[in-house]
Design a protein around this ligand. Structure first.
Ligand SMILES: Nc1ncnc2c1ncn2[C@@H]1O[C@H](COP(=O)(O)OP(=O)(O)O)[C@@H](O)[C@H]1O
Ligand SMILES: O=P(O)(O)OC[C@H]1O[C@](O)(COP(=O)(O)O)[C@@H](O)[C@@H]1O
Length: 323
């Protein structure tokens, strides 16, 4: 394989630049030409493709975001869009594609690689960590550390004022960020999309804490949990508790930005090299990952269709350690 292309897609995640750097450097090492595609699948559809050299990725290992930019492409959902994208690759004699993104992106890779018999390798890049086939996705560790830094600060003010804080972290369908942030931040309770926690459960947990003379409480809520946003939950709790000061913080997109952690830089570098080597070896139609510290390859269908349940031990840990 002499020419490959690389793009970032879906939500950005800290470490995507480190992965891009690894892809470009590894391909260059193996004597391949590398093309960068701007703005995810939108750029592929529009032919926004440029040649990258080793120096194109100088000094980006520590940068958050993605220098290629990313997009949630509506047009790639249509056959016309995907046809155009394929034509741009074909007309440039590009023989393989590396795509860095989350579960939606892996779904797109599956459809595209099957429809055009085109060699594609995926790299899991999402702060959500919700992809089967890898223990960790790029950006998750950094996002957890960012959220944890915020929780530590919130705890200071929560303690000073004897307040209850509901802190919302990202995770539309997955509670990984919430559970790890909750453990690391010593939260009283974590509310995740995967398990149901009723308002009565929230009140009972808070009450049990006050009965043990706790003065401040932090509840971490994942954005996709069944009781709604942190604001919704706080309002419902306020209907039952009127002798406590209740505050809400939504961390939002600060979790997606910033310099990647050491863990994410190393993960990204390993996955970038693995992706290029997979393409070279004809091991495509797969997402690369790391399981138990070993490089793994999971076909796109399995990666997107297999649920990645929360580690029950972590869920139990929150319950036991808040007591
Ligand atoms: N079923 C699909 N068919 C074609 N393209 C898809 C499909 N699902 C997702 N995509 C493309 O992948 C992009 C990224 O997916 P999205 O779910 O937005 O983010 P992520 O990859 O971070 O989960 C979408 O914006 C769309 O362009
Ligand atoms: O920034 P956007 O496009 O509004 O998306 C927000 C969503 O993106 C995420 O940060 C990451 O999700 P994806 O990696 O699946 O794109 C979610 O946790 C959040 O719900």
């Amino acid at each position: 394989m002499k020419k490959i292309a690389v793009l970032t897609s879906g939500g950005d995640a800290p470490g995507m630049n480190a992965a891009l750097r690894a892809v470009v450097r590894a391909a260059t090492y193996y004597g391949m030409e590398v093309y960068g595609v701007k703005r995810g699948f939108d750029g592929l559809i529009q032919g926004d493709i440029y040649k990258m050299k080793s120096y194109s990725v100088s000094n980006i290992i520590s940068l958050g975001g993605t220098i290629l930019k990313t997009a949630r492409s509506v047009e790639f959902h249509s056959k016309e869009g995907r046809d155009k994208a394929f034509e741009h690759l074909r007309s440039r004699d590009i023989e393989g594609l590396v795509v860095i993104g989350g579960d939606g992106t892996m779904n797109a890779c599956l459809r595209f690689s099957e429809a055009y018999s085109f060699p594609v390798v995926g790299i899991p890049g999402t702060i959500n960590n919700d992809l089967y086939g890898t223990d960790f996705t790029i950006g998750f560790d950094t996002a957890v550390n960012t959220a944890l830094d915020a929780i530590d600060k919130i705890r200071d003010t929560a303690n000073s004022h004897d307040r209850i804080f509901f802190v919302e972290v990202m995770g539309r369908d997955a509670g990984y960020i919430a559970i790890q942030t909750g453990i690391g931040g010593g939260a009283e309770l974590v509310m995740v999309p995967e398990t149901e926690t009723s308002i009565q459960d929230v009140i009972s947990t808070l009450q049990a804490g006050w009965d043990r003379s706790k003065s401040a409480s932090i509840v971490v809520t994942a954005e996709g949990n069944a009781e709604g946003s942190a604001l919704d939950i706080a309002q419902k709790v306020k209907e039952h508790i009127n002798n406590k000061d209740i505050k809400i913080t939504t961390l939002g997109h600060i979790q997606r930005g910033g310099a990647p952690s050491a863990f994410d830089r190393i993960l990204s570098s390993r996955l970038g090299l693995a992706a290029v080597e997979a393409l070279r070896n004809g091991n495509h139609g797969k997402m690369v990952g790391i399981i138990k510290d070993e490089i793994s390859y999971t076909d796109f269908k399995t990666a997107i269709e297999t649920p990645k349940p929360l580690n029950e031990e972590l869920v139990r840990l929150v319950e036991i350690l808040n007591s």
